[in-house]
Design a protein around this ligand. Sequence first.
Ligand SMILES: O=C(O)c1cc(=O)[nH]c(=O)n1[C@@H]1O[C@H](COP(=O)(O)O)[C@@H](O)[C@H]1O
Length: 243
Amino acid sequence: MSNDPTAATKNLCDIIVALDVPAKEEATHILDRLEDRPKCVKIGLQLFTRYGPSLVEAIASRGCKIFLDLKLHDIPNTVAHAIESLAHLPIELLTIHGLGGPAMIRAAAEARDRTGSSMKILAVTILTSMDEEQMSAVGLQDSPKEGAKRLAKMALAAGADGIVCSALEVETMREEFGPEPILVVPGIRPSGFEKGDQKRVMTPGEAAKAGSTHLVIGRPIVKAADPVLVYDQITEEIAATTK
Ligand SMILES: O=C(O)c1cc(=O)[nH]c(=O)n1[C@@H]1O[C@H](COP(=O)(O)O)[C@@H](O)[C@H]1O
């Protein structure tokens, strides 16, 4: 296996479009405009709490892989049963919170295995909207980089297939865990785009170069006047930095 920390990204840094919109018609409209560009889209709490599993099936039937971002965080028994309830759906990636701890993560992976589902389970480390001040307010005393690394180590050992972290931590993750783990990276901001509520951000090119496998991009694409133009510019930026 290659020791090149960017090996995992060669030809493999996919864009995941976060469909953070209020209505399924709006999500469909964006996907129609983007045509067959996105190979994977994210359905998060905003759409899933409104439309549930039927929307997952409808969007998957268009040929897109589905990243279902529910960030499950509960006692192991409850998370395991939630995963059993989701197992029949065409889900590629599913999020749980790393802060749920190793027993919860293990229960999630075991539930997935029991059902025969092939979904990959990703542990969210430190949300990209958090900085040191926010972490300290919930009793986390280390830096985002240290905290994310600590949670990632625990989560991967407990059976997570990959992790969600900011691009600022990706290089450290690759040094620590090698080329195997899936590294899904939100907090992506093309240069000049406002951070909004995100605290730990990087440009698409920097994030891809660091070794991310997937970049989760919401507002810069879905709120753009011309989402196709922005999507294509991001694709070119990634290609230029990872070739
Ligand atoms: O799990 C996620 O996808 C996620 C984790 C995280 O730490 N930060 C984060 O922003 N996200 C998600 O990534 C997307 C980022 O959206 P934008 O900031 O609009 O690009 C949102 O849908 C968030 O829910």
